[in-house]
Design a protein around this ligand. Structure first.
Ligand SMILES: Cc1cc2nc3c(=O)[nH]c(=O)nc-3n(C[C@H](O)[C@H](O)[C@H](O)COP(=O)(O)OP(=O)(O)OC[C@H]3O[C@@H](n4cnc5c(N)ncnc54)[C@H](O)[C@@H]3O)c2cc1C
Length: 507
């Protein structure tokens, strides 16, 4: 074991895409950064479906900090042109299919059992699914090239903060071998990009604060080869082929995601409510995804030839996905949004939330010390509030099941939030962005619509009442809905969301 000691500006824990991007940005402005990860790239990670918001934020970071290679990842076409070696999949939008236990999937002229919500009009400008092992490795390598000191298979063994000098003393410890090195270093900032490992909150005693969370779901997931296509009754009016989307296969109380990558890998996961403690424990059982999906004929057929290829250790699972810590920043420390909390994969909010965190933390840390302190206080309050808002938008969707129209109506509230936020990004409306917050979480009018809709949804006790509730929501949002999300004339085929994303991404 060898001992050394030196001083850096920040230690970032976690070299996923968010830790690596932030490390590179700070390094490009002269900061000395040590980026540590207990794993080694390429490593399996879940959380792959992006959105226009994620792409817009990525493009904005690339523009603000001159990250040319990162800019290419903001749309499918540019990605394939400039970095075909980094693996992704084509995501034209979100698709939803209502399956019934034991019955083949059927639909009608009105598409009353399926819903396509296109984000982009064409493949070139579309969103992507990220094969995270590939994307995260690429971004970590980008950070190293920019001068970041990346230490893989390393974790923090001890951490001590001295407020008077605003200095951390950290002991870093190698993992994976008995002869692993240990090293002591000092830094000004400790930044947590460890996601669900929540490393810094544990170190500084930032408590869990999530009893209030409405969304209580569990999930099991993995990467498969040989997953069959799902393109039922493709029609000329469909805005995209069903497989070129984040596919949501709805069951009576949950859903199965399928995200197809260009290399033949499909990310598959099953999300269900975790209402009772005894149900929670069953999630980690050895049952395969094939067995879990056997009750739905189309899902079963798609998975019949599928082979689990990652992670090596087998399917991963979580008995409860939702979590939240009290604060997102404190004396000498900052959490990326996913280290502060997470709700659920529905609506694919994780990547965009993380990128918005990278953007805000970078702006704060690179500002003068007075502004930095104000911005971090604001960030610390905002992130838990954003998690609460996402929780509210997600929980209603589960409550609306098994009614498909009610589920759509609940999703429409999310889409309105997303479209509004996208517009502030595209129009570079800094004031609107600040005023309304991430996904419109401070937008009082939107919040009032949600409150009213939630109150009446809570009162629904039958399927029929939920169907009526969907009609009511359609009326409530009609004035604010630029794309006719719930308009029957659209026949559940939404050609594009309102924002002309390509305008903001043009190189
Ligand atoms: C089941 C599920 C599905 C999801 N699906 C989506 C989706 O479709 N779309 C979407 O936008 N978001 C999704 N998310 C959210 C998404 O996963 C996160 O937003 C994203 O992973 C956050 O990235 P990150 O870089 O902040 O952290 P991570 O990707 O979690 O990376 C954390 C890094 O920290 C390292 N680390 C952990 N502990 C330590 C330690 N003690 N010391 C050092 N290093 C450590 C890990 O090795 C890892 O490399 C999903 C999340 C879950 C749980």
């Amino acid at each position: 074991m060898s001992e050394g000691q030196h001083f850096v500006d920040a230690v970032i824990i976690g070299s996923g895409f968010s830790g690596s991007l932030l490390a590179r940005i700070l390094c490009s402005r002269g900061w000395r950064i040590v980026l540590i990860d207990r794993g080694r790239h390429p490593r399996f990670a879940i959380g792959e479906s992006t959105t226009p918001i994620a792409d817009l934020l990525l493009a904005e970071l690339a523009h603000n900090y001159q990250l040319e290679d990162v800019a290419s990842l903001a749309s499918y076409g540019a990605w394939k042109q400039h970095h075909p070696e980094v693996i992704c999949g084509l995501k034209r939008g979100f698709s939803y299919f209502q399956h019934e236990r034991g019955l083949p999937f059927t639909d009608d002229q009105q598409h009353s059992r399926s819903w396509f919500v296109a984000a982009s009009r064409e493949d070139f400008w579309s969103d992507t699914h990220w094969l995270r092992s590939s994307v995260d490795q690429f971004l970590a390598q980008g950070a190293v090239t920019a001068g970041v000191d990346l230490r893989e298979q390393t974790q923090v063994a001890t951490a001590e903060f001295r407020a008077e000098s605003h200095r951390w003393t950290l002991r870093l410890q190698g993992v994976g071998s008995k002869s692993a090195r240990s090293e002591t270093l000092e830094c000004r900032w400790l930044i947590d990009a460890s996601g669900g490992a929540e490393v810094v909150s544990r170190l500084v005693g930032n408590p869990r604060d999530d009893d209030w969370m409405l969304t209580r779901t569990r999930a099991v997931w993995g990467h498969f080869s040989g997953v069959g296509d799902f393109r039922p009754q493709a029609a000329a009016g469909d805005p995209f082929a069903g497989d070129h989307a984040a596919q949501h296969h709805l069951t009576e109380d949950g859903w199965c995601w399928m995200l197809r990558m260009d290399n033949g890998i499909t990310s598959v996961g099953l999300v269900q409510p975790s209402r009772l403690p005894e149900q929670q424990s069953s999630v980690a059982s050895a049952e395969s995804l094939q067995q879990r999906l056997a009750a739905w004929p189309e899902l079963s057929a798609m998975m019949s030839e599928a082979v689990l290829v990652a992670p090596e250790a087998g399917l991963q699972s979580s008995p409860r996905l939702s979590r939240c810590r009290r604060s997102a920043a404190g004396n000498g420390w900052v959490l990326l949004p996913q280290s502060c909390g997470f709700v659920d994969p529905l609506h694919s909010t994780g990547i965009s939330h993380s990128l918005s965190g990278v953007s805000r933390i970078a702006a704060a840390l690179l500002a003068d010390s007075r502004s930095c302190s104000v911005l971090l206080q604001q960030y610390s309050r905002d992130v838990p509030a954003e998690i609460r808002w996402i929780d509210q938008l997600v929980a209603g969707c589960y409550l609306a099941l098994p009614s498909f129209p009610a589920f759509q109506a609940a999703c429409a509230l999310y889409f309105l939030s997303a479209i509004g936020f996208e517009q502030t990004l595209i129009e570079q409306d800094a004031g609107g962005r600040l005023r309304n917050g991430f996904l419109g979480c401070h937008d009082l009018e939107l919040r009032e619509i949600w409150r009213e809709a939630d109150r009446s949804l809570q009162a629904c006790s039958s399927l029929e009442q939920k169907q009526q509730w969907a009609v009511l929501v359609g009326q409530m949002i009609s004035q604010r809905d630029p794309v006719g999300l719930l308009d029957p004339a659209q026949r559940n085929r939404i050609a594009h969301t309102a924002a002309p994303k390509h305008a903001a991404l043009r190189p």
